[in-house]
Design a protein around this ligand. Structure first.
Ligand code: 13P
Length: 249
C-alpha cells in the first residue's frame, strides 16, 4: 500500500502575476514543509517562472488531443516538457463554463497520464444536486467516467479533489463532517474495486478553504489536504494552510 502524504494545492485560476510567483515561492521555500506536498497551478504563461522558483507546478487544464487544429488548446506533452508534473481535470468551472462532460474529462485524464502528468480529478455536486440528495450519485458518475474508460488501476497515479460547487468562491465551506462523509464515500467506492489503491489514494477537499478552517478539515480521516483557490493568492494565508496540513495524514 502506497503511503499517503498530506498535499496542499493552490489553483490560481485566471489570477496572478510574475510578482506573485516570487512572493508565493519565497513563502513556500522559506518555510519547512517537507511533510507536505505543495503544488501550485498558475495560468499557463507563469508555469516556467513557477518551475524556476523551485515549487512543484501543474497546469489548470489540458487538451484531450495530442496536436492539430485546436486553437488555444495546450497538449500535455508540452506541459510535461516544461517540467510541470500535475494537471487539474474536471474543475467545476471547466465543467460549467466550458461545458466539459464527464467523457471529455475522462479523455483529458487519459491524455495527461499518457504524457506522464499526474491528473487531479475534480468532482463535486451543485447546490441543487445536494438539496435533491444526489451528491453521491453525481460524484460517483464523475469518477466512473474515468474508471469505465481506463480501469480502476488508472486512479493509482492520480489525485481526487472533492470540491462541492456551492462551496467554491462563496465563503460557504462544507463542514468537516459533510466533507468527510463524501471523502469516505469516494474512498469506500474505490475500495470496493481495489482496496490497496483506495488506501493509498490522496483525496483533497476544495471550496472556500482558508487558514481558519483548514486545520479541522484536514484533521478528518479521509481528507488528505486541500485544493485552495482564493487563499492561494495570499502568501501568508497559503503558507498557514500548508502548515496546518503537517502531520494530518
Ligand atoms: P476557493 O478556495 O476560492 O473557494 O476555490 C476553490 C477552488 O475552486 C480550487 O480549485
Amino acid at each position: 500500500m502506497a503511503a499517503r502524504k498530506a498535499m496542499v494545492a493552490g489553483n490560481w485560476k485566471m489570477n496572478g502575476s510574475l510578482e506573485l510567483v516570487e512572493k508565493l515561492s519565497d513563502a513556500i521555500n522559506n518555510a519547512e514543509f517537507s511533510e507536505v506536498k505543495i503544488v501550485l497551478f498558475p495560468p499557463f504563461p507563469l508555469i516556467p517562472a513557477m518551475i524556476a522558483s523551485g515549487v512543484n507546478t501543474g497546469a489548470q487544464t489540458v487538451s484531450e488531443h495530442t496536436s492539430g487544429a485546436f486553437t488555444g488548446e495546450v497538449d500535455a506533452e508540452l506541459i510535461k516538457q516544461l517540467g510541470a508534473n500535475y494537471v487539474l481535470v474536471g474543475h467545476s468551472e471547466r465543467r460549467s463554463v466550458y461545458k466539459e462532460s464527464n467523457d471529455v474529462v475522462a479523455a483529458k485524464f487519459a491524455r495527461a497520464q499518457q504524457a506522464g502528468l499526474t491528473p487531479i480529478l475534480c468532482v463535486g455536486e451543485s447546490e441543487t444536486e445536494r438539496e435533491n440528495g444526489q451528491t453521491e450519485q453525481v460524484v460517483a458518475a464523475q469518477i466512473d467516467a474515468v474508471i469505465n474508460k481506463l480501469g480502476v488501476a488508472a486512479l493509482e497515479d492520480s489525485v481526487i479533489a472533492y470540491e462541492p460547487v456551492w462551496a467554491i468562491g462563496t465563503g460557504k465551506t462544507a463542514s468537516p463532517e459533510q466533507a468527510q462523509t463524501v471523502h469516505k464515500f469516494i474512498r469506500d467506492k474505490i475500495a470496493s474495486l481495489e482496496g490497496n489503491l483506495a488506501q493509498g489514494l490522496t483525496i483533497l477537499y476544495g471550496g472556500s478553504v482558508n487558514e481558519k478552517n483548514s486545520e479541522l478539515l484536514f484533521a478528518q480521516t479521509d481528507i488528505d489536504g486541500g485544493l485552495i483557490g482564493g487563499a492561494s493568492l495570499k502568501a501568508e494565508s497559503f503558507a498557514a494552510i500548508c502548515n496546518s496540513a503537517k502531520g494530518t495524514v
